[in-house]
Design a protein around this ligand. Structure first.
Ligand SMILES: O=C(O)CC[C@@H](O)C(=O)O
Length: 305
């Protein structure tokens, strides 16, 4: 059985090299960073396992790559890149990796929250153009952070925000408890939070979850943070709310279409802080991610599952 890592960004390829040096696994790395879905059949002609970063994996690949049985997605949210159910119908299992970057993603959410509260992006851009833009800030100590979806990332964000003197409330689809976090209804969370941070996996139920109606229920002038998936928000409604000031500022790491197209309306707004889907990109998270991916390969090779 052979595994091919088909979409190797330099950092992840280097971590894979390092880990493979200490263990015997039939994993090879294709170092072409700009693979298109059409290139996959040629690359995967004799591989049974594909390890893939963010290349789109079409369901029709099953017909063209006869040996392929497993896709190991280097991340938690594979759905932006492939349809696991359709691949399963064609005999290909999709394996995702959970929990590898909870701290890294939570740190990004908290960093975007502070950058948003302080308008750092706008002042930075202004000063580079020679403008001395002084901006008022939202003081966060004593304010309320509302976490929508409460898994490992939200738990880490809660720990960090509590350490910064914030009150932390949360809503989760299924009931939960967590020390120092008050679980509330979605309506209460939207109405009371000075900062709303999204921590939902993208699926049929969560697509467009932060709808126009729910955005209207948010506290006027509040901050929205999204390090989850762009499509969990109604992007047009978010842009309208940012233009009117109903959402005071948004800190966004993820977008409905990635890479974010040049000239996208969100890039024209002063009250957004943008980062390029990089929340998970720390050495610690990369080590965890590749370590877990290789564990998946080892298990598949040993058990076929
Ligand atoms: O590589 C990606 O784009 C996804 C990584 C991250 O968002 C995840 O789902 O774990």
């Amino acid at each position: 059985m052979r595994a091919l890592f088909v979409d190797a960004n330099e950092t992840l390829a280097a971590v894979t090299d390092k880990l493979l040096a200490s263990q015997k696994l039939p994993v090879s790395i294709n170092r072409n960073p700009s693979i298109k879905p059409d290139d996959l059949p040629g690359l995967l002609s004799d591989a049974e396992i594909m390890i893939v970063d963010h290349t789109a994996v079409p369901s029709a690949i099953a017909e063209k790559c006869a040996k392929l049985k497993h896709v190991v997605f280097l991340g938690t949210g594979a759905r932006s890149y492939m349809n696991p159910e359709e691949l399963a119908e064609r005999g290909i299992s999709v394996h995702t990796i959970k929990g590898y970057g909870d701290t890294a993603v939570a740190e990004c959410a908290i960093a975007l929250m502070w950058a948003s509260a302080r308008n750092f992006g706008e002042m930075d851009r202004g000063m580079r153009e020679g403008n001395w833009l002084r901006r008022d800030a939202m003081q966060l100590t004593g304010k309320t952070l509302g976490l929508i979806g409460f898994g490992g990332i939200a738990a880490e964000a809660a720990r960090m925000a509590a350490g910064c003197g914030m009150k932390v409330i949360a809503w989760n689809r299924t009931p939960k408890t967590h020390p120092g976090v008050e679980f509330v209804s979605l309506e209460k969370l939207l109405a009371e939070s000075h900062v709303v941070s999204l921590h939902l996996l993208l699926n049929d139920e969560t697509k467009g979850f932060l709808s126009r109606e729910r955005i209207a229920q948010m506290r006027p002038g509040s901050i929205l943070i999204n390090t989850a998936r762009g499509a969990v928000v109604d992007e047009d409604a978010m842009l309208d709310a940012l233009r009117s000031g109903h959402i005071g500022h948004a800190g966004l790491d993820v977008f409905t279409v990635e890479p974010l197209p040049a000239g996208h309306p969100v890039t024209k707004l002063p009250n957004v802080t943008l980062s390029a889907h990089s929340a998970f990109r720390t050495p610690e998270a990369s080590d965890n991610l590749i370590g877990a991916a290789l564990d998946h390969c080892r298990r598949i090779i040993a058990t076929g599952k």
